[in-house]
Design a protein around this ligand. Structure first.
Ligand code: SAM
Length: 267
């Protein structure tokens, strides 16, 4: 058992179940040429499984008290680096300064997982794939198809940029201390060539946000003042439905419709 005093504020639940570590390692499938980044290594349970199978292994850890432990455990590996920083403030494109595609992994602190995923999506151009252990409910939201129980803004935004797979679920007993929630492992692979691309990405993000602003209201109501019922219909979408039945392509058509309307008003 570890001597480290777990810090709740850093979402510290360390993996100790070897079969879960086996399954995560198999899902990640590390390769000799990989430049891998682990977010929140803790005492290095997952790191130890991966480090000897990749070309470069960098960890980002916020907790001062874990830095000496990680250094002691892996310092003899010349391809190992520690970034002692808040993962939410790291610039994944340029801070790492490697100019190569990254594979990102981690058993993430659940309290920051959604903002962290949004941040990583901004750096998707330098990321090959991401494998994360997350709160099960967040994985269900990321991977849910339209009209699913968990479908919402996070699903649409993540699925706009990435192919997403809900890989497997894990109970609390795999962790020390056990969290109050179930967990799941998800794979996010940013598209090299996006299946649906909005003319204006920010406009797309605002359209998704506004469409889901009041979940129980219809699209016509949520988009009042932005698009008329007729304009929504011109996108082949019934204005009387709720946002939760629309797929990524539908939101792209709505965002493009607003974009064209604004352009026309400007000219
Ligand atoms: N990977 C380890 C394991 O599976 O045993 C630890 C996982 S634990 C759920 C989350 C880890 O993320 C902890 O080591 C915690 O200190 C670290 N952490 C929490 N917030 C962080 C942040 N903002 N930036 C970087 N690391 C963070």
């Amino acid at each position: 058992m570890s001597q480290h005093r777990h810090k709740k504020r850093f979402g510290q639940h360390f993996l100790h179940d070897q079969s879960v570590l086996d399954a995560m390692t198999a899902a990640i499938a590390p390769q000799k040429t990989d430049i891998m980044l682990e977010i929140g290594p803790g005492e290095g349970a997952l790191s130890a499984r991966l480090i000897d199978h990749v070309a470069q292994f960098t960890v980002v850890e916020i907790d001062n008290d874990l830095i000496p432990t990680l250094n002691k455990r892996f310092a003899d590996r010349s391809h190992f680096n520690i970034i002692h920083q808040d993962a939410l403030t790291l610039n994944y494109g340029s801070n790492l300064n490697i100019g190569q595609m990254l594979r990102v992994v981690g058993n993430l602190p659940y309290n920051i997982s959604t903002p962290l995923i949004f941040k990583l999506l901004e750096s998707r151009h330098c990321i090959t794939d991401m494998h994360f252990m997350l709160q099960k409910e967040v994985v269900e939201r990321l991977a849910s198809p339209p009209d699913g129980e968990h479908y919402g803004r996070l699903s649409v935004m993540a699925q706009y940029y990435c192919a997403i797979e809900d890989l497997f679920h894990i109970g609390p007993e795999a962790f020390d201390p056990p969290p109050k929630v179930d967990s799941a492992v998800v794979r996010l692979r940013p598209y090299l060539s996006m299946p649906f691309m909005a003319k204006d990405e920010q406009g797309f993000a605002s359209m998704v946000k506004q469409s889901f602003s009041m979940r129980r209201k219809t699209l016509r109501n949520n988009l009042k003042g932005t698009l008329t019922g007729e304009e929504i219909e011109s996108c082949d979408i019934n204005p009387g439905v709720r946002a939760e039945v629309l797929g990524v392509a539908d939101f792209v058509r709505l965002a493009d419709c607003l974009h064209d309307k604004n352009e026309k008003n400007l000219s």
